[in-house]
Design a protein around this ligand. Structure first.
Ligand code: DAH
Length: 351
């Protein structure tokens, strides 16, 4: 171990350090010199075999080399860390002026939006929401509503009967009238709105076997046809705009007497007459009437002291009208291309 050879170590080490291209490579070089079995460490261990004088000079020299090495590695390590940081900063460029990414947000179905609009109108008039089962007792769906088993009115509602005897998929939301009366148990006023699904065995261009209805029932002392017409007119104007006109036609339902249907001005021709409205200028939107005395009795109310009105409407047809949709089936095809057109409209509550 001569002084000259030791002298060349500094250069040798410096060259190796400069050749290292990454921090890991630098660690390897460091290990070769300063590690437990590194050159410098080994040389220091070998000092004991030297004579006293040599031990002193070579020892000093080795100490110098070690100091030099420690500095060299520390410095290079720092430099390389800084370079790495700079490189990363240059690579990861963030353009703060780019527009943000829009998250995909779900939309409410037009039917749901229409239902909420209707609910909103009636909640503001003091109605509460009521719900009934979709698999319904035949008594609630028919008998209690004055539709006996052999009554021809049953034919108007082609029903889905199920294996449970006496049960049916409800053909309308009207059974909730009876359920609500029983729940209110004679209390006044009854003022309820019952949205929900109904089921009938038809399926064509204007009918689907599962559809949505909204039922309303009001019972109190002195309720008259004027209350019914007033309420329906408010609803029509709230939902279809101030320009809308309504008309009432006598009709027949077993559970109301008298019964009437409400028409509104045709959206296509605005009342002039066209194919959609069969040249009449009007389209029917709901059935209604004064609650039949027998129905009041079936619900536990006395027709001699109280009276009431009811109506039922189909949500699909109203949805088509409000959203300008011309084919019922579009509402049930789950076609995102179609549905995503109806962005939330925040101008009105519920939409
Ligand atoms: N339930 C009837 C139907 O589905 C609609 C209806 C008519 C409901 C008159 C009513 C009403 O409450 O008074 O065809």
């Amino acid at each position: 171990m001569d002084a000259q050879r030791l002298d060349s170590w500094k250069d040798e080490m410096t060259r190796e350090v400069m050749k290292a291209e990454s921090l890991t490579e630098l660690q390897t070089v460091r290990h070769q010199w300063l590690g437990r079995k590194g050159k410098i460490t080994n040389a220091m261990k070998g000092l004991s075999s030297l004579s006293i004088e040599d031990r002193r000079t070579v020892g000093q020299q080795l100490n110098g080399i070690r100091e030099y090495a420690l500095d060299l590695f520390a410095q290079r390590e720092q430099e390389m860390e800084l370079q790495e940081e700079t490189r990363q900063l240059q690579e990861e460029v963030y353009d703060m002026t780019l527009p943000g990414l829009w998250p995909d947000v779900g939309l409410l179905h037009p039917i749901t939006r229409t239902r909420r609009l209707i609910e909103d109108v009636f909640l503001r008039m003091g109605f509460s929401l009521e719900y009934g089962p979709e698999v319904e007792d035949e008594w609630y769906n028919f008998e209690a509503l004055n539709i006996p088993a052999d009554h021809p009115a049953r034919d108007m509602q082609d029903s889905f009967f199920i294996d449970l005897p006496g049960m049916v998929l409800r053909t309308h939301t009207s059974p909730v009238q009876i359920r609500a009366m029983k729940k209110y148990d004679g209390a006044l006023p009854v003022r309820i709105l019952a949205p929900g699904r109904a089921f009938r065995r038809d399926d064509d261009a204007t009918h689907v076997p599962m559809f949505f209805q909204v039922e309303a029932l009001v019972i109190d002392r002195g309720i008259s046809l004027a209350d019914l017409k007033g309420t329906l007119n408010i609803m029509a104007h709230e939902l279809l705009g101030d320009g809308i006109k309504t008309r009432f036609r006598p009709s027949y339902f077993p559970f109301t007497e008298p019964s009437m249907e409400m028409d509104v001005t045709c959206a296509s021709c605005r009342g002039a007459g066209c194919r959609v409205c069969k040249e009449t200028g009007w389209v029917e939107i709901l059935g209604s009437g004064m609650v039949h005395p027998q129905v009041l009795k079936n619900g536990g109310y006395d027709p001699l002291t109280v009276s009431g009105f009811a109506f039922g409407l189909g949500i699909e047809r109203l949805t088509m009208r409000i959203f300008g949709i011309d084919d019922l089936r579009l509402l049930y095809q789950n076609d995102m291309e179609f549905l995503s057109q109806f962005q939330p409209y925040t101008g009105r509550p519920g939409l």
